[in-house]
Design a binder for this molecule. Structure first.
Ligand code: FAD
Length: 490
């Protein structure tokens, strides 16, 4: 058997392991942490369980595909349900919106709450669908760096339609042109944060994201988000993949521009191919530091996506008006993003995302209680005084939620853990703690993500949120798919 080594057991590393094992490689995965999943992990806290990072599952078909590829029945490993209401939205002026999955119902709801004509919403989502149909097979499902992609008929057809993907104005500008009501503009601007970007800068092409949520749907795994990691690790192990934990890789051994293996804890492990699931920046800076001439400097200097500050609160009460996903909008969205992107700071009235997995998975919290995952978008780590920022943010968030819910939430918090950009950086080796790799604030971002196969070092491949096609679980899974198509079957 030819051997493949994978550095990192993030979701893309695990998917890559499965794909290469199915292809016939003997696969070994080296993970620095004592557990798999990277950002997609979980924490326990005084009888409360929390998914540590991602909470929104879209496009679960890319997970199912891995089981099918291995000739297994996905439902034997991983089950999930479709959400009828994707998210509850709360505005400071008292407006509340239930984002129904059903398009017609959703358009009616936005009309009821804001007066925005339902036909505008339907038209907008049709445009979103158009962008998806033009871009998906060019920008998401294939390599952007292979001539073959551009020789395909569907790519050529898409290229002729590229003016329709609205790449030359900002998302906010497009949305403000579409809708009459500022609350609806804010609603759709928020999708920029799904990949850690800024709606006032990111190209309107990102208006494709609502299509993913409203057309393909939002889902919740029966076992919580961490069951994605657990079930894929189980599948990988069933296919013979070996996982080594507490195994931080120090070097990718390269001789004459060929990846020969890795060095881990003073030991050299030889392989036919090496796949890095690590953040691309640390891969070059740390593991390939002996080869500065081979570093892709332009790509490494790309602006990083935003990061997150999360409070995991054990709450000793239940709130029937809250759902699995809840958003409490800032009154001044523009100011919030200026703080994040220009000031590298946190705005005093941030948009708060509140996820409560115990709404659908009751054993995530004790009886009569709820597990609150409270997250705000914050800048990447540039050495800010995070302890001070966290204290202020905690106070502001408590005030905001208390006002919206008509109850002092600080009295209900029985336990707390925190994850901030420093923690994201140290726990998952993500440069600056950014959560989606590089930002998509420029229309060229897609072309400035690292390829899934090195053009300078033979036998070296890449997957994960910091390389093509980008961050978020579905794209990470696609990165593994594109990567695994390249190495020859052994
Ligand atoms: P990562 O999860 O980054 O894992 C990389 C792994 O490599 C880590 O386990 C790390 O320990 C390991 N590693 C690093 N260096 C070494 C080394 N030298 N040796 C060995 N191992 C090493 N996505 C969604 O789809 N929906 C969401 O709702 C969502 N919300 C998010 C919320 C938060 C707070 C965060 C942090 C992320 C969120 N994301 C979401 C993004 C999503 O989590 C990521 O895009 C995805 O999990 C990244 O996977 P990855 O394969 O790139 O690897």
């Amino acid at each position: 058997h030819k051997k493949a080594l994978i550095i990192g057991a993030g979701i893309a590393g695990i998917a890559a392991a499965i794909r290469l094992a199915v292809k016939g490689y003997a696969v070994e995965v080296f993970e620095a942490n004592s557990y798999p999943g990277g950002k997609l992990s979980e924490i326990e806290q005084n009888g409360y369980r929390f998914d540590a990072g991602p909470s929104l599952l879209t496009m679960p078909q890319y997970i199912d595909e891995l089981f099918q590829l291995a000739n297994k029945n996905p439902a034997d490993y991983f089950r999930y349900q479709k959400l009828a209401v994707v998210c509850h939205y709360f505005y400071e002026d008292g407006t509340r919106i239930n984002a129904y999955a059903d398009t017609e119902k959703f358009a009616q709801e936005l009309n009821r709450a804001t007066g925005e004509p339902a036909k505008n919403i339907i038209k907008y989502l049709a445009n979103s669908s158009d962008i998806y149909n033009i871009t998906n097979h060019v920008f998401l499902e294939r390599s952007l760096h292979s001539l073959q992609t551009f020789l395909r008929w569907d790519t050529v057809r898409s290229i002729f339609k590229l003016p329709r993907i609205d790449a030359f104005r900002a998302m906010h500008q497009a949305n403000a042109g579409y809708f009459e009501d500022a609350r609806v503009v804010q609603f759709f601007d928020r999708y920029a944060t799904y990949n850690g970007s800024n709606p006032y800068e990111a190209p309107a092409t990102l208006n494709v994201i609502p299509h993913l949520e409203h057309h393909f749907g939002a889902y919740f795994p029966e076992g919580g988000m961490y069951s994605i990691t657990k079930s894929l690790v189980k599948l990988a192990e069933d296919l013979g993949v070996q996982f080594r934990y507490n195994a931080k890789v120090d070097e990718i051994v390269v001789i004459n521009r060929i990846a020969k293996g890795i060095s881990v804890k003073g030991e050299n492990v030889v392989a036919d191919i090496v796949v890095s699931n690590m953040d691309i920046w640390f891969t070059y800076k740390n593991l390939l530091q002996k080869h500065p001439a081979l570093h892709p400097k332009k790509i490494m200097n790309q602006e990083r996506s935003s990061s997150a500050l999360i409070f995991y609160w054990g709450i000793k009460k239940q709130f029937p008006e809250l759902d699995l996903h809840n958003i409490f909008f800032s009154t001044d969205y523009k100011a919030e993003f200026e703080y994040i992107w220009q000031e590298q700071d946190i705005y005093k009235d941030p948009t708060v995302y509140l996820n409560i997995s115990s709404k659908l998975k009751a054993d995530d919290a004790p009886d009569g209680c709820e597990n609150w995952f409270v997250m705000i978008n914050v800048p990447a780590n540039n050495g800010q005084d995070w302890d001070a920022l966290i204290d202020t943010a905690r106070k502001n968030i408590k005030q905001k939620l208390s006002k919206a819910l008509g109850e002092d939430v600080s009295k209900l918090i029985v336990s707390e853990s925190i994850l901030d950009p420093r923690g994201i950086e140290s726990k998952t080796s993500s440069y600056k703690g950014s959560i989606y790799g590089t930002s998509s604030n420029s229309q060229f971002a897609a072309f400035l993500r690292h390829t899934n196969q090195s053009s300078k070092i033979k036998g070296l491949y890449f997957c994960g949120g910091s390389v093509h096609p980008g961050g978020g679980i579905p794209l990470c899974l696609l990165s593994a798919k594109i990567m695994a198509a390249s190495p020859p079957a052994p």
